[in-house]
Design a protein around this ligand. Structure first.
Ligand code: GAR
Length: 208
């Protein structure tokens, strides 16, 4: 039987990826325990969902900056995650950049999902960037988080077709369906195979 690493989930939005991860845990597709859910947005749907599902959850103030955690907030996030025994941090729509001490403590153990085929369209509203550019395919990418913005080694990707009738909303909805399939698979792979990281490249070997 596979071990059950403890994961901490961070999110700022409605929490549909967290729900997909929780369902995968329930259905035995993801061997992990969700030990803690943290949001930087007090009224975020992800906290409401976590509460409905009986998961331990907490709002932690992010500090004064718009795009990152301040030093004190970062420390408090770390303390809560470590206090809950978290071994892997899984970002599910967490809209702040993690840097420095956080990435040192969880080195190669922070996973993110991004709504495009990276390296195309990093940053905000990637589905809108894809539509504006006129690509015929986009998708989602699961990757390890490094010091850059959406630049870390790629674990898994899934493509999504763009239709001529798409609006930003319809395209994001289709990408989210792909995210909900891919994220549990990718997290399972990260947690239960030996990831070998060489520069930007990430390969997985079956754990012995
Ligand atoms: C997801 O589409 C995720 O890929 C995106 O936020 C959404 C969160 O949705 N993340 C980013 O854009 C990070 N750069 P959810 O709250 O329903 O999971």
């Amino acid at each position: 039987m596979l071990s059950r690493p403890k994961i901490g989930i961070l999110g700022s939005g409605k929490g549909s990826n967290m729900v997909a991860l929780h369902q995968a845990v329930q259905e035995g597709r993801l061997d992990a325990d969700i030990a803690l859910v943290i949001s930087d947005v007090q009224e975020a749907g992800i906290l409401e969902q976590a509460s409905k599902m009986g998961l331990k959850h907490i709002y932690l103030a992010p500090g004064p900056y718009r795009t990152k955690l301040d030093e004190q907030a970062e420390l408090s996030y770390l303390q809560h995650l470590q206090g809950a025994g978290v071994q892997w941090v899984v970002l599910a729509g967490f809209m702040r950049i993690l840097k420095g001490e956080f990435l040192r403590v969880f080195h190669h153990r922070v996973i993110n999902i991004h709504p495009s085929l990276l390296p195309s369209f990093p940053g905000l509203e990637a589905w809108k960037q894809a539509l504006d550019y006129g690509v015929k395919f986009t998708g989602c990418t699961v990757h390890l988080v490094d010091q850059g913005i959406d630049t870390g080694p790629i674990i898994m990707q899934q493509t999504v077709p763009v239709s001529e009738e798409d609006t930003p909303q319809s395209l994001h909805a289709r990408i989210q369906q792909a995210e909900h399939e891919t994220y549990p698979l990718a997290v399972q792979k990260a947690l239960h195979s030996q990831l070998k990281i060489q520069g930007r490249l990430c390969t997985a070997e079956e754990a012995g």
